[in-house]
Design a protein around this ligand. Structure first.
Ligand code: PGA
Length: 317
C-alpha cells in the first residue's frame, strides 16, 4: 500500500461512498461530477492495492478492506472536524454541523427546539434523523451523530446519559370505545382487545410486550403498523387500541378524535435521555446545543408534559 498517495479529498469521497453506496449520491453531496468521483475512488484503490468495493448487479458493497478504510476515514475526518472546531472555538463561534438522531416521538419537539436554537446560531447546519429505538441504537453504535435522544440505551457502550424529558405512555382508543368511561381497567381485560402494534425495533412496542408478559398476559398483536401516525389513524378508524406516548396525541385528544383509557398501571412513566458515547469529544456546537436542551429546552417541555398529564387525568382537553 502506498499511503503517501492517499489524499484527504479521497478519504472524504470514500467516506461518502461507503455511507451512501452510490456514486451519484457522492457526486451530489460533494458537488462533483460522477466521473471525477469514480477516478478518485479508482486511484484510492490503486494506492491501497486491493479492491475497496465490489459491484453486484447495480448494488455496491464494501469489501473487508473497504470496511477497514471506512473506519479509518471516519476517524481521520472526525479528528479534522474537531481540529476545525478547536480553531473556531478560539473565535468562540457556534457553527458547522449538528447531527442529532431521536426516537419517533421526538419529531414532536425536536424541530421546535432546533428552531429556537438556530435562531440564536444561524450558522449551525442541523441534521435530524427520526427513527425507532433500535435504529437510534444502531446509529449510536456506528457513531453517526453527535447527540442521540432515546429511552433505553445499550449497556455495552460507556455513555454520558442526560435525563431530559418524561415520556408518559397511555392506552389510546376510539372515542366511542365501550371502556372509555371505565375506571382502573384491569390489564387482563384490555388484553382481550384488538391491539395495534408498532413495528419490531420500536421501544414502545418492546415496553408494552414486557409489561404484558410480566403480568403473565400474552401481548398479541391484531395488526402491525409502521408508525405512530398510522396507529392513530387506525385507532380513529375503530380498528383497535394501542399504547402510545402522550406526546404523540396532543392534537387528536384536544380535537376529541381519540380518547385515553384509564388502564391499571397507566400512564407509565418512561424517561428520555440525551446520550452520547463517553469517549466522544462533543464539538462546541453540539456541547452548546446539549446545554440548551438540558436547560431552557427541557424546562418548557417538562411544563408542557405536566400540563398534558393534568389534562389526561381530568380528561379536559
Ligand atoms: P420508539 O420510541 O417506539 O419510537 O422506538 C422508543 C422510546 O420512546 O423509548
Amino acid at each position: 500500500m502506498n499511503l503517501k498517495h492517499i489524499t484527504i479529498h479521497q478519504m472524504r469521497l470514500f467516506h461518502s461512498l461507503a455511507t451512501h453506496l452510490s456514486f451519484t449520491a457522492v457526486a451530489n453531496e460533494l458537488h462533483l461530477s460522477q466521473s471525477g468521483v469514480s477516478i478518485q475512488i479508482k486511484r484510492l484503490a490503486e494506492s491501497v492495492g486491493i479492491p475497496l468495493i465490489e459491484k453486484i448487479g447495480k448494488k455496491i458493497y464494501l469489501t473487508e478492506a473497504g470496511k477497514e478504510l471506512f473506519a479509518a476515514a471516519d476517524d481521520v475526518l472526525n479528528r479534522l472536524e474537531l481540529f476545525n472546531d478547536d480553531i473556531e472555538d478560539m473565535g468562540q463561534s457556534i457553527k458547522g454541523p449538528l447531527r442529532i438522531s431521536g426516537i419517533t416521538t421526538s419529531k414532536y419537539f425536536m424541530p421546535h427546539l432546533l428552531g429556537r436554537f438556530l435562531k440564536d446560531h444561524p450558522d449551525v447546519q442541523p441534521a435530524l434523523t427520526i427513527t425507532n429505538q433500535s435504529k437510534v441504537v444502531q446509529r449510536l453504535t456506528e457513531n453517526l451523530d453527535d447527540i442521540f435522544i432515546m429511552g433505553k440505551f445499550p449497556l455495552n457502550i460507556e455513555l454520558e446519559t442526560n435525563y431530559f424529558l418524561d415520556n408518559p405512555l397511555v392506552f389510546v382508543a376510539p372515542v366511542n370505545h365501550p371502556l372509555a368511561n371505565e375506571k382502573n381497567i384491569p390489564l387482563a381485560t384490555i388484553a382481550n382487545e384488538r391491539f395495534l402494534s408498532r413495528e419490531e425495533g420500536s421501544g414502545t412496542r418492546a415496553f408494552r410486550t414486557r409489561l404484558f408478559e410480566e403480568s403473565d398476559l400474552k401481548a398479541t398483536t391484531y395488526m402491525e403498523l409502521g408508525s405512530a401516525e398510522a396507529i392513530k389513524q387506525a385507532v380513529m378508524a375503530g380498528l383497535g387500541v394501542s399504547v402510545l406516548s402522550l406526546h404523540n396525541l396532543q392534537l387528536e385528544l384536544e380535537a376529541g378524535l381519540l380518547t385515553v383509557l384509564d388502564v391499571e398501571h397507566f400512564p407509565i412513566h418512561r424517561k428520555w435521555y440525551a446520550v452520547y458515547p463517553k469517549e466522544k469529544r462533543l464539538s462546541r456546537t453540539a456541547q452548546k446545543f446539549l446545554e440548551f436542551l438540558l436547560d431552557e429546552g427541557t424546562k418548557t417541555l417538562r411544563e408542557e408534559t405536566l400540563r398534558k398529564l393534568q389534562n389526561y387525568r381530568e380528561k379536559t382537553w
